[in-house]
Design a protein around this ligand. Structure first.
Ligand code: FAD
Length: 319
């Protein structure tokens, strides 16, 4: 079976869930080979969980510089690994960083790139969201090693324990003149809530929330469900909630088990970031709001009446 390279998304200590999803998807095409790019010692911490999720090999590319630059080390290492392993495909998560890596890598390899994939089959045909979510298409790379950016949450992660073979790769030294250096890292003050792109439940508020203080209702429901909070761009632009929580074409892409939209009309640019969610619930006082065209469950009503009742009911059932 050919290798399928999977770029490992991690924070130095822990593998992000999106990587387990990539490993599950990679197994449809060949033997998943995880590529860990990080500072010395990273792979030793991550190897066991990667092997538990099916990585038959772990490419280790470690250097002090690898943690200092954005995108470039990962692109350099993946290029080396592709030339070494001639894989069936390269999979990365369609996060902000992942998209950057995928785009640059495809150019380096002169290969086809499929972004915003939500599924792929064993023949390499990819289901892909295009034009900001207006269409779902099935695509196949016909030139070079396919580079595929898979949306987080689109594929179920699976445990599949194997014995992983470790292979060392050298991280080429980075040219600082053509690379972006990371000068500072600050923990995001998200509190105890799960990360937006990894959460199983996302509760988002839109302009209908009416103000920053209105987001308390959104947060309370998210907390009752153990979920993350999201926001529409209109809510972000109005200063109700910080930009890092924006969901949509120019924000984060989420694909949780449950997405609850409170006071969001359902513009196509918002739907682009959440339409692959497993179950979508919308609360809007306008029965004609476009969001109801996508929602699995819709409540026509005032979010300030509906959301607190939901929170109360969920809290009571969990007690
Ligand atoms: P509105 O469209 O104003 O809808 C508010 C809704 O709240 C209405 O449907 C109203 O009926 C309802 N409502 C009001 N009060 C209540 C209440 N008390 N209870 C229940 N319902 C109530 N948008 C994004 O979200 N993410 C993006 O990434 C994004 N990127 C964009 C990129 C481009 C290039 C462009 C042009 C636009 C982008 N947009 C994005 C903006 C998008 O087009 C919409 O303007 C935006 O999504 C609207 O946000 P909204 O639904 O919160 O606000």
């Amino acid at each position: 079976m050919p290798d399928v390279l999977v770029l490992v998304d991690h924070d130095g200590e822990r593998v992000h869930k999106s990587t387990y999803e990539l490993l599950a998807a990679a197994r449809r095409l060949g033997d998943p080979a995880a590529v860990v790019v990080g500072t010395p010692g990273t792979a030793a911490r991550l190897k066991e969980s990667l092997a538990r999720h099916g990585a038959t090999s772990v490419y280790v590319a470690e250097s002090d510089e690898a943690g200092e630059f954005l995108a470039t080390p990962a692109v350099d290492v993946l290029e080396l690994a592709v030339r070494d392993a001639c894989p069936a495909a390269v999979l990365v998560s369609a996060t902000t960083d992942g998209r950057e890596v995928a785009g640059r890598l495809a150019v380096r390899l002169d290969a086809g790139l499929l972004i915003d994939a939500v599924d792929l089959d064993s023949s390499g045909v990819v289901t892909q969201i295009v034009f900001g979510g207006a269409y779902t298409v099935r695509s196949e790379v016909t030139h070079g090693t396919p580079v595929i950016a898979l949306r987080p949450g689109a594929v179920e992660p699976e445990e599949h324990p194997v014995a992983a073979m470790v292979r060392e790769l050298v991280v080429p030294s980075v040219d600082p003149a053509t690379s972006a250096r990371i000068t500072d890292r600050r923990a995001s003050p998200a509190g105890d809530r799960p990360a937006l792109t990894e959460a199983a439940v996302v509760v988002s508020g839109g302009r209908g929330v009416g103000g920053a203080e209105g987001f308390t209702v959104v947060e309370e429901l998210a907390d009752a469900l153990g979920g993350a909070v999201g926001a529409s761009r209109a809510a972000v632009d109005a200063g109700y909630y910080p930009h890092r929580f924006q969901v949509g074409q120019t924000g984060k892409t989420v694909s949780p088990q449950l997405y609850i939209a409170l006071g969001i009309s359902g513009a196509i640019q918002h739907l682009a970031g959440m339409q692959t969610s497993r179950t979508i619930v919308a609360v809007n006082k306008d029965a004609e709001a476009p969001v109801f065209g996508l929602a699995d469950y819709g409540v026509v009503g005032d979010l300030f009446a509906v959301a607190p009742q939901l929170t109360e009911e969920v809290t009571a059932r969990r007690a």
